[in-house]
Design a protein around this ligand. Sequence first.
Ligand code: URA
Length: 263
Amino acid sequence: MSNKDKETLGTILRDVRVLIENEARRSRGKLLVSPEVAEMLEWVRMPRPPQDMPETGVLEYPDAVERLAALGEVEDEVRACTKCGLCRNRTKTVFGVGNPNAEIVFVGEAPGADEDRQGLPFVGRAGQLLTDIIVKGMKRRREDVYICNVIKCRPPENRDPSPEEVFYCEPYLLRQLEIIQPKVICALGRIAAQTLLKNTTPIGRLRGRWYAYHGIPLRVTYHPAYILRFEPNPERFKEEKRKVWDDVKEILKVLDGNAPAIG
Ligand code: URA
């Protein structure tokens, strides 16, 4: 996308937001927009101009717009990707969703059946638990964070991704992270953690410390789908959720400005 295109996209997003806000003010009520549109408008969040300032000419949000455009370019490439065999059976590629300025990026393993159908990450039951972690645990909205997977197409029967699939797909994740520049990456589950950290250490031993992934602090926690396996046993379920909460508390400290002790 050329700089001129990016500028145009930014202008359109800002104009749409102003139109919607004006309309909402005029009708003294709420206007309903789809979650996708609401999310996109959030990315060009506009602080109220001071009282004595005119409403136009003060709205500059280059970061979100630039990042949105850059992510869009990578997403286009992923949509057309045929580098590995997973492209043959996919319904949709699952690129990622969320705030292009997110402080935290959650990285899961690969899309499941629901995600493959909808083209969005973590939309099934595991996704609901991830939302609870973000909203109830971290006191953030799902649209404030960014959520994606190492692998962008569903492996058949939800099998573990092969080294070849990781080899071809991981560069897309790297580019997403380079664009977003989060403060923290949270690797969800064994496969995401071992893939990013390039080891075969059991997840229980990977938790509890900080790593750096291409210079970005990374913390490992359990995959929400793993936690859900314990649901029929309330005591164990609570115990496993408590471990995730311990990991989240460490992440929150870093998001609050504390330096992570890496290594
Ligand atoms: N599990 C994952 O690792 N990613 C998804 O998107 C959904 C389930």
